[in-house]
Design a protein. Structure first.
Length: 152
């Protein structure tokens, strides 16, 4: 059994790219959501270090997901304690739940990393946004892992 707590919406920039972060080298890069979720892309490679990871969610996205999970769990606990309060009302033992635990603020995700440049990887015919230093010195194709020493 699985429960959907809520959705974490990852915003796109003006060009339609989402921000991602490598869990190994911590470098940021951007991909189109349709490419990130494409069926023919098995694993994404970090353009700067080539690392293949299961996901590249930023800390900001993970933190928002944690906050949503905490709020959801606190609501469930409060609901169950209120139910127990009603059940024990007629018994010799009773207690009163005064108030619910305060929710953790869930701020929307906002990105300020705009200093990335678009590069087209000819091997997969897809684009990414990477730091200009990697565009000049070389990078890995995020979709197949091919190393490009100098991108034109």
């Amino acid at each position: 059994m699985s429960t959907t707590i809520g959705e974490v919406s990852i915003p796109v920039d003006d060009s339609g790219f989402i921000l991602l972060q490598c869990p190994f080298c911590s470098e940021f890069f951007k991909l189109h959501p349709k490419d990130y979720e494409a069926d023919d892309v098995i694993k994404i490679h970090c353009p700067s270090c080539g690392f293949k990871a299961h996901d590249y969610l930023t800390e900001e996205v993970l933190e928002l997901a944690r906050k949503k999970a905490i709020n959801y769990t606190n609501n469930l606990i409060h609901k169950e304690i209120k139910k127990l309060e009603r059940q024990l009302k007629s018994a010799n033992f009773s207690f009163k739940v005064s108030k619910q635990v305060q929710h953790v603020d869930e701020y929307p995700i906002r990105y300020g990393i705009d200093n990335l440049e678009v590069i087209k990887y000819p091997c997969c015919d897809r684009e990414a946004k990477i730091k200009s230093i990697y565009k000049m010195c070389g990078s890995y194709c995020p979709f197949c892992g091919v190393r490009y020493e100098k991108n034109r």
